[in-house]
Design a protein around this ligand. Sequence first.
Ligand code: GAL
Length: 668
Amino acid sequence: MTGRIRYGGDYNPEQWPSEVWDEDVRLMVQAGVNLVTVGVFSWAQLEPAERTYSFAWLHEVLDLLGDAGIGVDLATPTASPPPWLSARYPDVLPVDARGARYSHGSRQHFCVCSASYRARARRVVERLVSEVANHPAIEMWHVHNEYGCHVPYCYCDNHAQAFRAWLQRRYGSVDELNEAWGTTFWSQRYGEFAEVLPPRLTPTFVNPGQELDYKRFSNDAFLEEFFEERQILRTARPDIPVTTNFMGFFKPLDYFAWASELDVVSTDNYADPADPDAMMLSAMHYDLVRSLNKDAAWMVMEQTPLRVNWRRHNSPKVPGQMRAMSYQAVARGAAGVLFFQWRASRSGAEKFHSAMVSHSGVASPVWAEVAGLGRELDGLGTLEGSGVDARVAMVFSWANWWALEAPAKPANDLSMTDQLSWMYRPLFGRGATVDFCRPDERLDRYEVVLVPSLYLVTEEDGAKLVSYVERGGTAVVSFWSGIVDERDVVYLGPYGGPLRPLIGCDVVDVAPLPEGMTIEVEWEDGTRTGASFWADVATEGTGHVLARVASGPWAGRPAVVEARVGQGRAYYLACRLDAAGLARVYDLAPALSGEPAVHRAGPGVERVVRTSADHTYEFLINHSEEERVLDIASGGFELLAGKQLGSRVALAPMDVAIVRRDRAGPGD
Ligand code: GAL
């Protein structure tokens, strides 16, 4: 995606009489809108009865937008089938784990393994393509919408059959499947694939291997449907990029696998402005999405201008916050920032979700913010060719997330996203940017690799991580890493499996700490910090113990261990260190120490640097409600205010600065 930063939103003109469309387009032009997503939920409008089509309205809308120079991200309508489809073909409706069938009347009520659904989804996409694929306004294909969002798992008979076929391909024989799932336990041995079921309602824990494979299979089933739609779109117009909108840290889908199939990666971000961690979580979300396909452009497909309507209490973004959060995305590399939705609906379940054009039209302060930002972004073409160069990587995989959070563990409240935020938070505060990497990715370009609870790791991937350190890298590995292989089968001996060389001590057992309990950790210089949640029961190994547990039942045991491995080193964290403890570890690695001016400015300042061949662009965003002053010795040219800076920059609450510097020297 090149050229202007894309700006706009979901446009649902079918909800409005056509008289409103002219005003829509006039306002879009006024607000600098250059890309709108059309048709996401239009199946019932496009095909009101089976094989009866109505495309005239879509032609008209595309013409109007095209004539105004507004690009279209044209969606396939398959995320919300029309009522006639499930009324005629009941197996289109998904089934939950208890065997109850969903009904139509909402959205996302489809079973992705239903042949009836698949055939009709293909047909409507083919029809869409034959009607409008050559329209000049179309800039991007938006396949479906938020795959898996409301019904990530279906347990119907179609799924049972497809699951068995998937297992047969994966294991070849039922004996292999029995071995992988450990079915000697609880008399679960299968005699043939036909006996295997999706993990439907059971009296207690389902076999963890079955559960894990069902997650893998369900991900693949959605992906297969996506491939069918993409094939139709690409055949018609191979020149138009394809996207589908993700939801950041959405557990059911392995977005690494998806992103490599996309031309543009896009995401929807609805961070809760009432959450004190929202800006950190949102930064982490964007770092993830940017990293999913490191060779593709990415953008924000949806965010809300003000508030959502689906939480219990829907706090708004405060004035200026929508702009600050939009720049947060641009800072982290986004090629576009779009909203849900253009005009607030009058009816339907989302009529109180805010929109770029509110119920009160341009009288709402939201309009001034939306139009102001659109015009401002229009002038930022100078960011062209720049990207984010992270020096720190965080290892993350969906298979690990699925296995880590499966039930019946020492700590069933151990959450992947908690572990990620625990290790990410200090970096956000220090102005250091992070790339997320799959465990099998090449890590050589990173100075430090963070490994939060990589519970599931294959022998091969573990060896790659070890070799990264041997060749001079630095790793910080947290507790509960290297516990099982890809089948969820435990590596015997002290825990760590293929990661043992990075652990430096012998983790002979694990001990989650009682809720609310804090233990002390004593460092070599006698300083004490705290830890909570977890303590490994470890004995000394080949590494150097930097800190020990100093209180509670595990006093004296290693808490932080440094292992020298080849040319590099690894730090192992045997408990969940508090902020002060983690800071001590991060201070040991220059790439983790961040930008001192950001530390000094006070909390709430986000810093990200985009780099191009000639320039650096330092984004400074003040998410706090107080003015923050940063000392920026190297000066530079501030793009938003259009002025040369001295040695300091003062940021009002929610304000943003983008400081451009020549790569050869200070500001130009
Ligand atoms: C997204 C969805 C949109 C809209 C929005 C509301 O999940 O893609 O269609 O429902 O949420 O926040």
